[in-house]
Design a protein around this ligand. Sequence first.
Ligand SMILES: [Zn+2]
Length: 462
Amino acid sequence: MKFINLTRRTEIGANSYYLEIGRHRLLLDCGMHPKNTGEEALPNFKLTAGREIEAILISHAHQDHIGTLPLAMRRFPGARVFMTEATAEVGSVLLHNSVNVMTRQREEIGPPVAGLYPLFTHRETDRASERWRWCPLRQRISISGERAPQPQRISGLTFEFFDAGHVLGSAGVLLRAEGQTVFYTGDVNFDDQTIMEAAIFPQEKIDVLIVECTRGDHAKPADWTRAGEERRLAEALAAAFERGSCVLIPVFALGKTQEVLAMFYKFRRERRLPEFPIYIGGLSSKFTDIYDRRAHMTRRQLPRLQLMREVAPFILNDETIRDAPLRGGRAYVLSSGMMIPRTLSNVFARRLIENQQHSIFFVGYANPKSPAGLLRDTGTEGEVALDPDKPAQRIRCNIEQFQFSAHSTREALVDYATKLAPRKIVLVHGDPPAVEWMRATLTAELPDSEVIVPTPGVELEL
Ligand SMILES: [Zn+2]
């Protein structure tokens, strides 16, 4: 069994992994780096030169897992592409949005990279998505595409998707071939969120576990509970509105937006907060529509909740964000979560950070080097340039942090790995301190397992 980490650095970037099991060659995920442009935004597909890829398996539709799928399909025209139906629906919206973003970037980044942009077109995205195969959870499927009534009789490599509890459609992938099993977690959450229910992952014998490490550098606070954190957010919003504050909550368009809207719905229903206007972006509203449409066919909490109808957010776009009123008592739940320059959350934050009346609440992961990470870590009274093309600003607004991560705690990841006690554990999808903590902890907990941090670009024999 061979493995190559195609991500360019040990980080959460353009996540993609090459896996060879016997004569089968696959890719797990094809992400795009959310911050970089050009070659630096892509997985290092060149490392697969001369190898025919038979299948591409996509764990979920976040940009850093699906963002370069049309490019990978161009490079490997014979590959079959598998994902859940919800991931396909969300993924197609995300990739079309990405074409628009890249078309805009073309003017900003300049030559020579600009000449390559957009890296794929709307038409190519449509053609690609017609070739995706939708797979249900918990069904053993042959990599050749057949679904067998008697799965144990399928020969060769099979895969099976397991609910990962991260965002709508997210799945872990269990691969079985020649008596060997490999499980790739994708992004996972072992705890319930407000909408998503906790992952249901395999408990059987696993030989190789490929596991995400996003929160490896954060200990779970002893007294943390989701209900307690929801209460803290409701109180903070009430206090901010009392002060006449308008509150910006930077979020990922997929997942965190819908979780925050569901919390707002609960706050109103439980009369913890009065009615207040809520604003989201256009892309977020498209994903929220999909959450609503699929509510009754998804394993989730609040299955009857229709967010667009019952929470009724107002929708902003690139133009209206510039003069949306900074009026107290309003909540702006805007992407991107990392406040990448020119996104709604970045544009809006630059309008409000110098005003001490207003507030920014962080609710999830942000890369420390991203504008959101810089702002969060600098804090009130510091200075920050949220857009490198614009002057730095003094931070006077109120900044608060809440923990509603869509990723597993490191403690739950270690518990899961310890229960499975696989022969090898491959640590991916984490910044270096996160991966390092996981390596040290798992090595101590599981002396008989080999714990591997895969150096980007180096072929490993598993
Ligand atoms: Zn994700």
